[in-house]
Design a protein around this ligand. Structure first.
Ligand code: SF4
Length: 232
C-alpha cells in the first residue's frame, strides 16, 4: 500500500475523512483507479501556490487570480487581527501533519496556513474555486486538520480554524477547538481508520460520498443506490 514517492504514503488524507466516514469501504474501492485531473483542480493548485509563495499582488498577472489572493489575504488578516496574534508568532505554510497509532501512520493532512503562539494555533484552509463547501463549524476536513495538528503538537491547547472561500458566501467562517475536543476527534479518527484499512470495511452508498468517488463507475452498491432512487 505504501509508496514513498506519494506524500500521503498511500494512505487516506484529511480531505477524504468525510467520504471515509460515510463509506468506510471507499478507500479500498478506489485503490488502483487513477484520479482524473481537471482544469479546475489545476487552477485551484495554482492559486494555493500563489499563497504558499506569498507572491505580491502586483505580480499576479491574471485578474481573477489576483482578486482571489486579495480576498484570501484580507480574510486571513481579519482573523489574525481579531485574535490579536503577537509578532512573535511562527507561521508555516503547506505543512503536512500525521496521525499515527503507535508508530503506524494512519492519515495525513497538508494545511494551507499554520500560525502558532503561546499554546495556541490558527489554521486556515483555502477553497480557491467557486463552489459550495460546508462552513467551518460543519467542515469535517478542517476538524481533521485541527486534530492532526494537536496529535503532533501536543503542547497546543486551542486551535482556531478558518475556512477561507474568496468566491464563496460567506467568504470566511471560523471555529475553535479545545484540547479535549481534539483529543476526542483523534480517538475517533484512529478508530475510523482501523476499520477503513481492515480490508473488510463495508461500502455505504450516498450522494455525498459517491459524488467524487473514483469507484463510482464500477461500484455495485452505488449502482443499487441509483436504481433505488430511480424507482422511488
Ligand atoms: S461509489 Fe459510493 S458506495 Fe461505492 S465505494 Fe465509492 S463511496 Fe462507497
Amino acid at each position: 500500500m505504501t509508496s514513498r514517492s506519494d506524500p500521503r504514503h498511500g494512505l487516506s488524507s484529511a480531505s477524504k475523512v468525510e467520504q471515509d466516514s460515510l463509506c468506510k469501504g471507499a478507500f479500498l474501492a478506489q485503490q488502483g483507479i487513477p484520479s482524473r485531473g481537471s482544469a479546475d483542480a489545476t487552477k485551484g493548485t495554482e492559486r494555493h501556490e500563489l499563497e504558499e509563495r506569498e507572491v505580491p499582488l502586483e505580480d499576479i498577472v491574471d485578474d481573477e487570480d489576483r482578486e482571489c489572493s486579495r480576498r484570501a489575504r484580507a480574510s486571513l488578516e481579519y482573523v489574525r487581527e481579531k485574535l490579536n496574534i503577537p509578532d512573535s508568532s511562527t507561521i508555516s505554510r503547506e505543512l503536512r501533519f500525521w496521525l499515527k497509532d503507535g508508530d503506524e501512520e494512519l492519515l495525513s493532512g497538508q494545511v494551507d496556513y499554520v500560525e502558532t503562539w503561546d499554546k495556541t494555533a490558527l489554521i486556515a484552509d483555502y477553497k480557491m474555486l467557486y463552489g459550495i463547501h460546508a462552513s467551518a463549524h460543519n467542515n469535517v476536513q478542517l476538524a481533521a486538520y485541527a486534530a492532526l495538528l494537536k496529535h503532533e503538537w501536543k503542547e497546543i491547547e486551542t486551535v482556531y480554524a478558518a475556512l477561507i472561500e474568496p468566491f464563496g458566501e460567506p467568504r470566511l467562517s471560523t471555529v475553535v477547538f479545545t484540547s479535549g475536543e481534539l483529543e476526542k476527534k483523534i480517538s475517533e479518527l484512529i478508530k475510523l481508520y482501523r476499520v477503513v484499512y481492515s480490508g473488510i470495511a463495508e461500502r455505504t452508498a450516498g450522494h455525498r460520498q459517491c459524488k467524487f468517488c473514483r469507484a463510482l463507475g464500477i461500484c455495485p452498491e452505488a449502482r443499487t443506490y441509483v436504481m433505488e432512487l430511480i424507482n422511488e
